[in-house]
Ligand binder design. Structure first.
Ligand SMILES: [Zn+2]
Length: 329
Protein backbone atom coordinates (compact mmCIF):
# COMPACT_ATOMS: atom_id res chain seq x y z
CA UNK A 1 0.00 0.00 0.00
CA UNK A 2 1.18 3.47 -0.89
CA UNK A 3 2.71 5.16 2.11
CA UNK A 4 0.51 8.21 1.59
CA UNK A 5 -2.60 6.08 1.76
CA UNK A 6 -1.38 4.63 5.04
CA UNK A 7 -0.79 8.13 6.31
CA UNK A 8 -4.24 9.11 5.16
CA UNK A 9 -5.74 6.15 6.89
CA UNK A 10 -4.09 6.96 10.17
CA UNK A 11 -5.22 10.58 9.82
CA UNK A 12 -8.77 9.49 9.20
CA UNK A 13 -8.67 7.12 12.10
CA UNK A 14 -7.37 9.91 14.27
CA UNK A 15 -9.87 12.38 12.84
CA UNK A 16 -11.49 12.88 16.24
CA UNK A 17 -8.74 14.74 18.05
CA UNK A 18 -8.32 18.00 16.16
CA UNK A 19 -11.94 18.61 15.38
CA UNK A 20 -13.21 17.84 18.83
CA UNK A 21 -11.51 20.77 20.52
CA UNK A 22 -12.33 23.14 17.67
CA UNK A 23 -15.91 22.07 17.97
CA UNK A 24 -16.35 22.62 21.68
CA UNK A 25 -14.43 25.87 21.62
CA UNK A 26 -16.38 27.45 18.82
CA UNK A 27 -19.80 25.98 18.54
CA UNK A 28 -21.84 28.59 20.36
CA UNK A 29 -19.76 31.63 19.58
CA UNK A 30 -21.56 32.91 16.53
CA UNK A 31 -25.28 32.71 17.16
CA UNK A 32 -26.82 35.89 15.80
CA UNK A 33 -28.62 38.30 18.10
CA UNK A 34 -32.39 38.44 17.64
CA UNK A 35 -33.43 40.44 14.61
CA UNK A 36 -35.17 43.64 15.70
CA UNK A 37 -38.92 43.66 15.33
CA UNK A 38 -38.95 39.90 15.30
CA UNK A 39 -37.80 39.07 18.78
CA UNK A 40 -41.13 38.40 20.36
CA UNK A 41 -39.96 35.19 21.98
CA UNK A 42 -42.34 33.07 19.93
CA UNK A 43 -41.64 29.38 19.78
CA UNK A 44 -40.76 27.53 16.59
CA UNK A 45 -42.49 29.07 13.62
CA UNK A 46 -44.73 26.56 11.94
CA UNK A 47 -44.08 25.85 8.31
CA UNK A 48 -45.10 28.69 6.05
CA UNK A 49 -46.30 31.04 8.77
CA UNK A 50 -43.19 32.98 9.81
CA UNK A 51 -42.25 36.49 8.71
CA UNK A 52 -39.32 36.65 6.28
CA UNK A 53 -35.86 37.02 7.79
CA UNK A 54 -33.30 37.07 5.00
CA UNK A 55 -30.43 37.95 7.30
CA UNK A 56 -31.12 35.08 9.66
CA UNK A 57 -28.83 32.12 10.23
CA UNK A 58 -28.68 29.00 8.07
CA UNK A 59 -27.74 25.68 9.68
CA UNK A 60 -25.11 23.83 7.64
CA UNK A 61 -25.00 20.30 9.03
CA UNK A 62 -21.93 18.10 8.81
CA UNK A 63 -22.00 14.31 8.60
CA UNK A 64 -19.30 11.68 8.27
CA UNK A 65 -20.03 7.95 8.45
CA UNK A 66 -23.70 6.92 8.53
CA UNK A 67 -24.23 3.57 10.26
CA UNK A 68 -22.90 1.64 13.23
CA UNK A 69 -24.54 0.70 16.51
CA UNK A 70 -24.13 3.94 18.35
CA UNK A 71 -23.39 7.60 17.68
CA UNK A 72 -19.82 8.82 17.92
CA UNK A 73 -18.03 11.93 16.80
CA UNK A 74 -17.61 10.66 13.26
CA UNK A 75 -20.46 8.19 13.10
CA UNK A 76 -24.19 8.87 13.00
CA UNK A 77 -26.48 5.86 13.26
CA UNK A 78 -29.09 5.35 10.58
CA UNK A 79 -31.81 5.98 13.19
CA UNK A 80 -30.28 9.28 14.33
CA UNK A 81 -29.72 10.47 10.76
CA UNK A 82 -33.35 9.67 9.92
CA UNK A 83 -34.45 11.50 13.06
CA UNK A 84 -32.39 14.54 12.01
CA UNK A 85 -34.14 14.62 8.63
CA UNK A 86 -37.50 14.29 10.34
CA UNK A 87 -36.73 17.03 12.86
CA UNK A 88 -35.53 19.45 10.17
CA UNK A 89 -38.64 18.78 8.12
CA UNK A 90 -40.93 19.19 11.10
CA UNK A 91 -39.36 22.54 11.94
CA UNK A 92 -40.06 23.80 8.43
CA UNK A 93 -36.61 23.41 6.89
CA UNK A 94 -36.00 22.54 3.24
CA UNK A 95 -32.58 21.51 1.89
CA UNK A 96 -30.45 23.64 -0.41
CA UNK A 97 -26.88 23.39 -1.73
CA UNK A 98 -24.02 25.72 -0.80
CA UNK A 99 -23.98 26.90 -4.43
CA UNK A 100 -27.57 28.09 -3.99
CA UNK A 101 -26.54 29.97 -0.87
CA UNK A 102 -23.77 31.67 -2.87
CA UNK A 103 -26.27 32.63 -5.56
CA UNK A 104 -28.89 33.80 -3.03
CA UNK A 105 -31.15 31.28 -4.73
CA UNK A 106 -33.81 30.22 -2.24
CA UNK A 107 -36.34 29.09 -4.82
CA UNK A 108 -36.44 25.62 -3.24
CA UNK A 109 -37.59 27.12 0.06
CA UNK A 110 -41.26 28.21 0.13
CA UNK A 111 -42.11 31.54 1.78
CA UNK A 112 -42.17 31.30 5.56
CA UNK A 113 -39.90 28.26 5.57
CA UNK A 114 -36.17 27.95 6.24
CA UNK A 115 -33.13 26.63 4.33
CA UNK A 116 -30.83 23.95 5.72
CA UNK A 117 -27.67 22.52 4.14
CA UNK A 118 -26.68 18.89 4.65
CA UNK A 119 -22.98 18.22 4.02
CA UNK A 120 -21.41 14.75 3.88
CA UNK A 121 -17.63 14.63 4.35
CA UNK A 122 -15.00 12.03 3.50
CA UNK A 123 -16.82 10.02 0.76
CA UNK A 124 -17.24 6.73 2.62
CA UNK A 125 -19.38 3.98 1.13
CA UNK A 126 -21.74 4.38 4.11
CA UNK A 127 -22.91 7.54 2.35
CA UNK A 128 -23.44 6.01 -1.08
CA UNK A 129 -23.50 2.27 -1.70
CA UNK A 130 -24.95 0.14 -4.46
CA UNK A 131 -26.28 -3.34 -3.78
CA UNK A 132 -27.49 -6.14 -6.00
CA UNK A 133 -31.21 -6.82 -5.85
CA UNK A 134 -32.80 -9.40 -8.13
CA UNK A 135 -29.91 -9.06 -10.56
CA UNK A 136 -30.14 -5.27 -10.60
CA UNK A 137 -27.91 -2.60 -9.22
CA UNK A 138 -29.81 -0.40 -6.75
CA UNK A 139 -28.83 2.27 -4.24
CA UNK A 140 -28.54 0.67 -0.82
CA UNK A 141 -31.56 1.91 1.17
CA UNK A 142 -29.41 1.94 4.32
CA UNK A 143 -26.77 4.30 2.87
CA UNK A 144 -27.14 8.06 3.43
CA UNK A 145 -28.25 8.64 -0.16
CA UNK A 146 -30.70 5.71 -0.04
CA UNK A 147 -32.24 7.00 3.19
CA UNK A 148 -32.46 10.49 1.71
CA UNK A 149 -34.33 9.25 -1.38
CA UNK A 150 -36.68 7.20 0.77
CA UNK A 151 -37.37 10.15 3.04
CA UNK A 152 -38.11 12.40 0.04
CA UNK A 153 -40.82 10.01 -1.16
CA UNK A 154 -42.92 10.61 1.94
CA UNK A 155 -41.96 14.24 2.60
CA UNK A 156 -43.21 16.61 -0.12
CA UNK A 157 -40.83 19.44 -1.00
CA UNK A 158 -37.73 17.54 0.16
CA UNK A 159 -35.48 17.77 -2.90
CA UNK A 160 -32.12 16.28 -3.80
CA UNK A 161 -30.00 19.05 -2.34
CA UNK A 162 -26.95 18.16 -0.25
CA UNK A 163 -23.22 18.65 -0.59
CA UNK A 164 -20.70 15.83 -0.83
CA UNK A 165 -17.17 16.86 0.18
CA UNK A 166 -15.16 14.04 -1.24
CA UNK A 167 -11.69 12.53 -1.13
CA UNK A 168 -10.58 10.42 -4.06
CA UNK A 169 -7.46 8.92 -2.56
CA UNK A 170 -8.27 8.21 1.07
CA UNK A 171 -7.94 4.75 2.56
CA UNK A 172 -10.52 2.31 3.93
CA UNK A 173 -13.06 3.19 1.25
CA UNK A 174 -12.77 6.94 1.66
CA UNK A 175 -12.26 7.41 -2.05
CA UNK A 176 -15.35 8.41 -3.99
CA UNK A 177 -17.47 6.03 -1.88
CA UNK A 178 -15.40 2.92 -2.62
CA UNK A 179 -15.48 -0.50 -0.95
CA UNK A 180 -18.91 -1.63 -2.12
CA UNK A 181 -19.73 -5.34 -1.96
CA UNK A 182 -18.83 -7.66 -4.79
CA UNK A 183 -20.86 -7.79 -7.98
CA UNK A 184 -20.96 -11.04 -9.96
CA UNK A 185 -18.07 -12.23 -7.83
CA UNK A 186 -15.95 -9.19 -8.65
CA UNK A 187 -15.13 -6.23 -6.51
CA UNK A 188 -16.83 -3.35 -8.26
CA UNK A 189 -17.19 0.04 -6.68
CA UNK A 190 -18.79 2.20 -9.35
CA UNK A 191 -16.86 5.13 -7.95
CA UNK A 192 -17.13 7.51 -10.89
CA UNK A 193 -20.70 6.37 -11.51
CA UNK A 194 -21.67 7.43 -7.98
CA UNK A 195 -20.03 10.83 -8.26
CA UNK A 196 -21.73 11.43 -11.60
CA UNK A 197 -25.08 10.23 -10.26
CA UNK A 198 -24.88 12.81 -7.47
CA UNK A 199 -24.10 15.64 -9.88
CA UNK A 200 -26.83 14.54 -12.29
CA UNK A 201 -29.44 14.31 -9.55
CA UNK A 202 -29.27 17.73 -7.90
CA UNK A 203 -26.52 17.25 -5.32
CA UNK A 204 -23.37 19.37 -5.13
CA UNK A 205 -19.80 18.07 -5.38
CA UNK A 206 -17.17 19.60 -3.12
CA UNK A 207 -13.38 19.24 -2.82
CA UNK A 208 -12.05 17.87 0.48
CA UNK A 209 -8.44 17.21 -0.74
CA UNK A 210 -6.94 14.03 -2.13
CA UNK A 211 -6.51 12.10 1.13
CA UNK A 212 -7.61 14.38 3.95
CA UNK A 213 -4.31 16.16 4.37
CA UNK A 214 -3.77 18.35 7.39
CA UNK A 215 -3.03 21.37 5.26
CA UNK A 216 -0.99 23.39 7.78
CA UNK A 217 1.67 20.66 7.79
CA UNK A 218 2.62 20.91 4.15
CA UNK A 219 4.37 23.22 1.72
CA UNK A 220 2.37 25.45 -0.58
CA UNK A 221 3.19 23.04 -3.40
CA UNK A 222 1.76 20.00 -1.59
CA UNK A 223 -1.33 21.93 -0.48
CA UNK A 224 -2.07 22.81 -4.10
CA UNK A 225 -1.36 19.28 -5.26
CA UNK A 226 -3.78 17.90 -2.65
CA UNK A 227 -6.59 20.18 -3.71
CA UNK A 228 -5.93 20.22 -7.47
CA UNK A 229 -5.60 16.45 -7.79
CA UNK A 230 -8.89 15.91 -6.02
CA UNK A 231 -10.51 18.44 -8.34
CA UNK A 232 -9.01 16.52 -11.27
CA UNK A 233 -10.58 13.33 -9.91
CA UNK A 234 -13.98 15.00 -9.79
CA UNK A 235 -13.45 16.26 -13.33
CA UNK A 236 -12.64 12.74 -14.48
CA UNK A 237 -15.94 11.51 -13.05
CA UNK A 238 -17.98 14.49 -14.26
CA UNK A 239 -16.11 16.23 -17.08
CA UNK A 240 -16.45 20.00 -16.95
CA UNK A 241 -18.10 20.07 -13.51
CA UNK A 242 -17.52 23.44 -11.84
CA UNK A 243 -16.56 22.88 -8.22
CA UNK A 244 -17.57 25.89 -6.16
CA UNK A 245 -17.07 24.62 -2.61
CA UNK A 246 -14.21 23.11 -0.65
CA UNK A 247 -14.18 21.80 2.91
CA UNK A 248 -11.04 22.07 5.03
CA UNK A 249 -9.95 18.68 6.43
CA UNK A 250 -10.15 18.97 10.25
CA UNK A 251 -11.11 22.61 9.69
CA UNK A 252 -7.40 23.38 9.40
CA UNK A 253 -6.20 26.15 7.08
CA UNK A 254 -3.01 25.94 5.03
CA UNK A 255 -0.25 28.33 6.11
CA UNK A 256 -0.98 30.36 2.99
CA UNK A 257 -4.72 30.71 3.54
CA UNK A 258 -5.82 31.63 0.06
CA UNK A 259 -4.45 28.37 -1.36
CA UNK A 260 -7.56 26.78 0.16
CA UNK A 261 -9.65 28.38 -2.58
CA UNK A 262 -7.25 29.23 -5.38
CA UNK A 263 -4.11 27.63 -6.73
CA UNK A 264 -2.57 25.41 -9.35
CA UNK A 265 -0.51 22.28 -9.68
CA UNK A 266 1.65 21.13 -12.56
CA UNK A 267 1.79 17.42 -13.18
CA UNK A 268 5.52 16.55 -13.36
CA UNK A 269 4.83 13.76 -15.85
CA UNK A 270 2.62 15.53 -18.36
CA UNK A 271 3.81 19.08 -17.58
CA UNK A 272 0.17 20.09 -17.64
CA UNK A 273 -0.99 22.75 -15.18
CA UNK A 274 -4.28 22.32 -13.35
CA UNK A 275 -5.90 25.38 -11.77
CA UNK A 276 -8.61 25.52 -9.16
CA UNK A 277 -10.72 28.38 -7.86
CA UNK A 278 -13.59 27.97 -5.40
CA UNK A 279 -16.07 30.48 -4.02
CA UNK A 280 -16.88 28.82 -0.70
CA UNK A 281 -14.74 27.28 2.04
CA UNK A 282 -16.42 25.24 4.78
CA UNK A 283 -15.14 25.29 8.34
CA UNK A 284 -15.61 22.25 10.54
CA UNK A 285 -17.65 23.88 13.33
CA UNK A 286 -18.77 27.29 14.54
CA UNK A 287 -22.56 27.08 14.80
CA UNK A 288 -25.25 28.22 12.35
CA UNK A 289 -23.85 29.99 9.27
CA UNK A 290 -24.45 33.58 8.26
CA UNK A 291 -26.90 34.31 5.48
CA UNK A 292 -25.53 35.58 2.16
CA UNK A 293 -27.71 38.68 2.81
CA UNK A 294 -25.86 39.36 6.08
CA UNK A 295 -23.25 42.09 5.43
CA UNK A 296 -20.77 40.05 7.49
CA UNK A 297 -21.25 36.91 5.35
CA UNK A 298 -17.87 35.51 4.34
CA UNK A 299 -18.21 32.70 1.80
CA UNK A 300 -14.56 31.78 2.40
CA UNK A 301 -15.42 30.80 5.97
CA UNK A 302 -18.81 29.14 6.29
CA UNK A 303 -19.48 27.66 9.71
CA UNK A 304 -21.03 24.25 10.22
CA UNK A 305 -22.77 22.23 12.92
CA UNK A 306 -21.37 18.73 13.41
CA UNK A 307 -23.83 15.88 13.72
CA UNK A 308 -22.71 14.96 17.21
CA UNK A 309 -24.99 13.92 20.05
CA UNK A 310 -28.06 16.16 20.11
CA UNK A 311 -26.23 19.27 18.83
CA UNK A 312 -28.35 19.53 15.69
CA UNK A 313 -31.62 19.36 17.59
CA UNK A 314 -30.31 21.83 20.16
CA UNK A 315 -29.15 24.34 17.55
CA UNK A 316 -32.37 24.11 15.55
CA UNK A 317 -34.43 24.65 18.71
CA UNK A 318 -32.29 27.60 19.67
CA UNK A 319 -32.67 29.21 16.24
CA UNK A 320 -36.43 28.77 16.42
CA UNK A 321 -36.80 30.06 19.96
CA UNK A 322 -34.63 33.11 19.36
CA UNK A 323 -36.20 33.86 15.95
CA UNK A 324 -32.74 34.14 14.49
CA UNK A 325 -33.09 31.70 11.67
CA UNK A 326 -33.28 32.56 7.99
CA UNK A 327 -36.88 32.59 6.80
CA UNK A 328 -37.60 32.74 3.07
CA UNK A 329 -39.98 35.26 1.58
ZN1 LIG B 1 -13.10 15.21 6.62
Amino acid sequence: MDRRILVAFSLLAACACGESSAHSARKDSTVAPPISGNASGEVAPTAGSAAPNLQGRIPVLEYHVIGGDKNAEYTRTVASYRADLEEAYKQGYRPINISQMLDKNFSDVPAGMAPVVFVFDDASDSQFRYIEQNGKLVIDPTSAVGIWLDFAKTHPGWKNRAVFCMLNGGAAGHNFFGDSPKWNGQKKEWRFQKVKWLADNGFELCDHTLWHAMLNKYSDAVVQEQIARNAMGIDSAVPGYKIRTMALPYGIWPKNKQLAWQGSWTDPKTKQTHNYKFEAVLEVAGGPARSPYDPAFNPKSINRIQAVGDDIRRQLDKLAQSNTRFVAK
